[in-house]
Ligand binder design. Structure first.
Ligand SMILES: [Zn+2]
Length: 372
């Protein structure tokens, strides 16, 4: 596949041709090219070559996908997974867009994030450790969790995991699990919090042992490992009028007529950053106050349970919160339902419980036949 010298099926003599990029690690590889036909031809060539050595390219493990436009992908999904990472390009305005080496605005951003599968596996692993330590001391649980958190977060420390909120999400999911762990031991969440969470260096939510504040044993946080795959992408995102300049804060924002007191205080506390996505707030961002532990899950209306989030980040978190709340309501509903059915004689008919007095009795059915 030469440059301009000779003519091939995909390129005319004298025109420039970019050779496809291939990135391989062990038996996993990616081929990148702007022309779909070239990628398709590569797939054929590789299949033929593999067949020659008695191997095959498994169709279910091969995807032809567009990095940006889902409509151009075989399965309608943009981007691809590679080595536990998901690589995808996202539409972006001129302030956040990537530029090419000539400085032209490309209109999209490349984000490299933990793949959905990798995130799920990690969440499940943390869950298994917590279950295993159902009745161990807190220190034993932290000792087992920390290396997993450190390892996973370090692996993604050069990705955009922080920027897309994946690290905060992992911290939050872990928190919900630990909360259940603590509740199980203390009978209720409030006592659980008092016993197992501590306020250390201004952070009110540190899962830590209480054997002396100076050397208490603390759970690591995923967010502590945050960075970005291309630090230059977020140059604009890192500059903020709210970036924690104390003089600016105390002299102006605290008494700014258009800034409600509560928001100003929270902004100062958060150093102008959204804890969900890790980005600094910008002038044009819509900010909302969030209850870290939702009120429906008995979260309190006090400063240490409040945070300021982007509206879109708040939406994301609320969706997760609602899932938790529903889980709780659902359990209650099931209990009521089973108590209700216990009072009656009933039997299963077509997977639906039926009152014996009203339903067709088993004895009314002809031999071996089911009611449909
Ligand atoms: Zn945010």
């Amino acid at each position: 596949m030469s440059g301009t010298g000779k003519e091939t099926w995909f390129h005319k003599k004298g025109t420039h041709f970019n050779p496809p990029n291939i990135i391989r690690y062990a038996d996993d590889f990616v081929i990148l090219h702007e022309n779909k036909a070239v990628v398709q031809r590569c797939r054929e060539i590789i299949s033929e070559w593999l067949a020659g050595i008695g191997l095959e390219l498994k169709p279910e493990k091969t995807r032809l996908t567009h990095t940006f436009n889902p409509e151009l992908s075989e399965d309608g999904k943009a981007g691809f997974d590679f080595l536990g990472h998901h690589i995808q390009q996202h539409p972006a305005g001129k302030y956040r867009s990537n530029t090419n080496p000539q400085g032209t605005i490309l209109g999209f951003n490349t984000l490299i994030t933990p793949s959905a599968k990798a995130s799920k596996v990690h969440t499940e692993e943390l869950g298994r450790i917590i279950t295993k330590h159902r009745s161990s001391p807190q220190a034993a649980l932290i000792k087992d969790l920390n290396p997993i958190i450190r390892g996973w977060s370090s692996f993604y420390s050069n990705s955009d995991a922080q920027g897309v909120g994946e690290l905060s999400k992992q911290d939050y999911l872990l928190y919900l699990k630990l909360r259940r762990w603590a509740k199980r031991r203390c009978g209720n969440s409030k006592d659980g919090h008092v016993k197992y969470w501590d306020s250390i260096n201004g952070n009110n939510w540190v899962f830590a042992t209480r054997e002396g504040k100076a050397n208490s044993f603390r759970l690591l946080s995923h967010s502590g490992y945050g960075s970005s795959s291309t630090s230059y992408v977020k140059v604009k995102g890192d500059k903020s009028p709210y970036d924690g300049d104390l003089i600016y804060w105390s002299s102006r924002l605290g008494t700014h007529p258009q800034m409600p007191n509560r928001k100003a205080k929270l902004l100062k506390q958060q150093k102008g950053r959204c804890p969900w996505c890790g980005l600094s707030f910008q002038d044009w961002d819509v900010l909302e106050v969030d209850h870290i532990i939702p009120k429906a899950l008995s979260g309190l209306d006090e400063y240490k349970n409040l945070q300021l989030l982007h509206r879109h980040c708040h939406d994301e978190k609320t969706a997760l919160d609602l899932k938790e709340v529903r889980k709780k309501d659902h359990t209650k509903f099931q209990e009521l339902l089973s108590r209700f059915w216990e009072k009656f004689n009933w039997e299963w008919v077509n997977d639906i419980p039926n009152f014996i007095s009203r339903a067709v009795r088993k004895s009314d059915m002809t031999n071996g036949q089911h009611i449909e």
